[in-house]
Design a protein around this ligand. Sequence first.
Ligand code: PEP
Ligand code: MG
Length: 551
Amino acid sequence: MEQYTGRSVLNKIAAGKVFFYSRKAQEVRREEGRDPAAELARFCQAKEAAAGQLEELAGKAAQEVGESGAQIFAAHVTILKDEDFHACITEMIEKEKVNAEYAVAAAGEHYARMFVRMEDEYFRAREADIRDITRRLLENLQEEEILTEEAAGGSLPVGEEPVILAAKDLSPSDTLRMDPARLAGIVTEQGSVASHTAILARTMGIPAILGVPVRADWNGRMAVLDGEEGLVILDPEVDLLEGYRRRQREESEERARLEKLKGAGDVTLDGKEIQLMANIGSARDIEEVIEQDGAGVGLFRSEYLYLGREESPSEEEQYLEYKSVLEKMQGKRVVIRTLDAGADKQAAYLGMAREENPALGCRGIRLCLERRELFRTQLRALLRASVWGNLEVMYPMIISVAEVQKIQEILKEAREELTKEGIPWKDFPQGVMIETPAAVMISRELAAEVDFFSIGTNDLTQYTLAVDRQNGNLGAYYDPRHPAILQMIRMVVENGHAQGCRVGICGDLGSDPELTKVFVKMGVDELSVPPASILPLREVIRNSRAGAENS
Ligand code: PEP
Ligand code: MG
């Protein structure tokens, strides 16, 4: 028996025989003295063919994995058509008179290295996408047979139990080529949990463990993937294998039970409805919210629209993104949080001054109130989008009533501007996030100003316990279940309700199933959680009692 630990992509168990997969290495030589016109024509032809294949893959992904899968290949088309990438290749062909294969491989390597050096994990993970596109272009140039859907599906052994696919590296295209019905799990040596291969595997519900030293001699051997612990166990002992098989059966029974709760409503035994909503980072996540039957979106972290780019998103871009979320949610509530930048979420174009303690610095609403233009643009986009659905807006990092009043001034300006310009808009209910001890202590006063509260337990824990949430060494002190936090939640609910203000929790503590009954008893009205937590929490809510004072 051998055991390896890696990074798990999905909390699920898989067992099966290993199928070792390795892609044929592509050899590319530098050949000089080529006719640039002919090489450029070859490159353009290969690019066109690659774009066609990617569009086909996007269609296949949309059918098999849903919109989030299709987006991955749509993003590949965008990279393929990127002007800088194109210029890097064509300039090399023209100036150095090299063969198109060499120019493509060199440009691909240059961009892949550029991404791998980036600090942000999301951008680092894009290296794999660049390599996938480069490989595709080379396959087209070298007129290698691109595996057709059937041929590629056939690359997994047919007629056997689903296999554990082991590979040094697996591109998103490789993953989509495999027939999911024949794939029990994936183990790779390379790749990050933010990679598109990982995202695809997660969306397809296939457990994957990354960062494991995979070897060709694993082929044909029995393996277990333990997604909870991030373990790969090779040649498991009979008892261990049997134990895992039992857990697998229990997991699938639980999933089947939870599936039945779709459409069942989030009502306690004594009749109180607790809205179970979802936390999302972009319009792309909506498919999952719908799939998991969320009552709405309780926290849309709009800052992800602002990060990882060179300038802030325009009013039009934001409007279209918010509109798309509202339309997809078809009248269900969507709570968009205004820009919460600063601290760990930095964007270079904001040109923020270096701070000694950024978590205690100019973040969240403070930044927005200092950059009125930036904030007004977002508010205008929200007012315009509000026409398309059931929008609510909330503000992060509030510590005073004065801040809420300043927001109203800017909102008033935005409304007046839109009216003057003849652009349709609609008002929305407003809320504040309770994520500082100050907001807790003045929650009665704040409640008089807004329609709802959403408790951000992640920051509330950090600021109450004086523990930096980013500091992994302080994990033992970062305790969101600390009695201080629970008492604060109780206090916020009482103060909010005293003024007719709805109170929800959108921080991670809201998805702790061991506390759901406690929150329901306290009178919490809604929970906003990762989409995957919706059905498990629904089960708990349906077995809870709110008590006479809350129902
Ligand atoms: C929170 O602080 O609990 C919260 C939901 O906001 P974020 O995690 O985005 O800071
Ligand atoms: Mg927060």
